[in-house]
Design a protein around this ligand. Structure first.
Ligand code: DC
Length: 231
């Protein structure tokens, strides 16, 4: 069967990666979590003290971009590809609230976006890919056959992220998580380079009140329709 490209964009914690992983498994496609790539660059930036609460040395980061190698390796047990920074598995480190608090600033740097978008386009060049992020349907794959744009209320999203962080043993407050979600929404959708916006041909899915099963059923119908339209 013909392979397609599926672009999933939306605000943080809208469940993009859950749907993307389910779809990739069902279709036998590659799943690429582009947020993890921006988080990896952010972790590198933090490890080199280029960013603190008070300061962000953008030039120092841009000069060092060539030293960053991001790879994905499929984990058979987890059933998805984990992200590596210069050969080190950083899947856990990149999901902290601290990384989340800096990532939107790092992701707003045009040089960072240029490098990562190039890599993402390379990863999806043969189609058969489900990619999630903020600019996949608008910038990375504007000709994707299926584009989804996921939304949910900030409170629902913060609750999901809070439960996830608490579940893995992090000490965070709901208020801090909600504040981070709202701050990232603002920065991600107001930056100059590739701001988060719904592509004109993307299909919006509000999952505030949908169960995972209901959501997946809806998405599968859209996938079937896309294949029908291509016949
Ligand atoms: O999907 P996520 O929450 O892990 O993404 C982390 C941040 O990375 C998000 O706040 C904005 C940025 N990002 C981006 O600018 N472009 C993408 N394609 C993916 C993520």
């Amino acid at each position: 069967m013909q392979k397609i490209t599926i672009a999933i964009d939306g605000f943080s914690s809208t469940g993009k990666s859950t749907v993307a992983k389910q779809l990739a498994k069902k279709l036998g496609y590659i799943y690429v979590d582009t947020g993890a790539m921006y988080r990896a660059v952010t972790l590198f930036t933090m490890q080199h003290d280029f960013i603190t609460k008070e300061d962000f040395n953008v030039n120092a980061l841009v000069e060092k971009l060539g030293d960053i190698t991001i790879t994905f390796k499929f984990n058979e047990v987890l059933g998805f590809a984990e992200v590596y920074l210069n050969g080190e598995n950083i899947e856990r480190e990149i999901r902290t609230l601290e990384v989340s608090s800096y990532v939107s600033k790092v992701a707003a740097i045009p040089e960072v976006r240029y490098q990562l978008v190039k890599q993402q386009q390379q990863m999806g060049k043969d189609k058969g890919v489900v990619m999630d992020g903020r600019d996949i349907g608008t910038v990375v794959f504007p000709y994707a056959e299926l584009k989804l744009f996921m939304i949910a209320s900030a409170e629902k999203r913060a609750t999901r992220r809070f439960d996830e962080l608490i579940g893995r043993g992090d000490e965070v407050s709901y208020e801090a998580v909600l504040k981070n979600v709202q701050e990232r929404d603002y920065i991600d959708s107001h930056r100059e380079d590739s701001p988060l916006r719904k592509a004109d041909d993307a299909i919006e899915i509000d999952n505030s009140d949908l169960s995972l099963e209901e959501q997946f059923d809806k998405v599968l119908q859209l996938v079937d329709r896309t294949f029908e339209d291509l016949k």
